[in-house]
Design a protein around this ligand. Sequence first.
Ligand SMILES: *Cc1c(COP(=O)(O)O)cnc(C)c1O
Length: 406
Amino acid sequence: MSLYCENVSLNALAEEFGTPLYVYSQAALTAAYENYASAFDGLSPLLCYAVKANGNLSILRHFAGLGCGFDIVSGGELARVLAAGGRADQTIFSGVGKSRAEMMYALEAGIKCFNVESLPELGQLNAAAAECGIVAPVSLRINPDVDAQTHPYISTGLKANKFGIAMEDAEAAYYHAATLPHLRITGIDCHIGSQLTNLSPLVEACGRLLDLADRLAAQGIELEHIDLGGGVGIVYHDETVPDLSAYAQAVRHLLGNRALSLILEPGRSLVGNAGLLLTRVERVKRNGDKYFVVVDAAMNDLMRPALYQAYHHIDNTNPQPGNTFTADVVGPVCETGDFLAQNRRIAAQTGDLLVIRSAGAYAASMASNYNTRPRAAEVLVNGSEFRLIRPREQITEMLERELACL
Ligand SMILES: *Cc1c(COP(=O)(O)O)cnc(C)c1O
């Protein structure tokens, strides 16, 4: 079996660049973006790609070229967006822990909006803006207290989560913001979780935010935009995922003729299924009656299985008949949690090239150097062409960053 990304053979890429190797399809990135744009047609949403899903500069540049804005959660991500040619005035800054230095950097860059997550942050942003002599555009991230029905580690819209301002405190927070001279209230936002497989929590959150926007308008606080966050799930295994047209239709209906522009912050659903991870089988080992396929990718390259027990589909590019068994697919890292699949039917032998699917989001961007493993290379395929968009990290580069004192 020969497997391809667009018109490029995965075996050829593995030969040329080695493994583990991330491979992305430019056509799939474009299609995912267009899918949002066409579903929400007529509402002319500003799509702000959530950089943390995959911040590779070439991917950001590609999205910027399509007219996409960006959702960032750190100063580092703002630097990435600007380096990739993204527009500051289409960039919004989310997150509970913005530092003063990050606020100043984003103010000077002229970002579109700060998504503020608490009362103390409002005061601190006002002070930073005063010091810069700039008025900061702000939206308040409201926690609509809906259950996103996803994995607890990626559920963010419940009262018990650290994110956002509780709905019952929201109006008071807006009134307070309105008294701060270096802030300009522009919007309202939420983000209730990630990998949502059900539309109703998203729609419910939208309704609750709009009710709040109406109450604010009645008190003289007119908002310019509503930002519904990201979170639409993708197919990793056998999930059914929300239909974007149905989502758009529900939002269109709820918005009615309010003069609010729409912002969305999709991350996973723009890149997740546009990427895969290639890994080579080192050996197959057996402990008692349990089989392990030991591969050269590990939890430091792809953390999702270890972190969320996430499922990733795995194909062998050249499965040998009669060689199929049930095994855990594991990496070389010294952790029992270092697995890429558990109890999986798989055909594998030493030297086989495996394809780990749906590895475009929260994969390379979560990679680490644990066990002094250099980070994997990344390749972007476009038709029959391909470019190395991140060279494999060298061990010498890693060691250069450290000092052997004493
Ligand atoms: C992570 C995140 C997103 C993107 O979530 P996806 O599930 O990848 O679409 C959007 N907004 C905020 C505030 C986030 O933290």
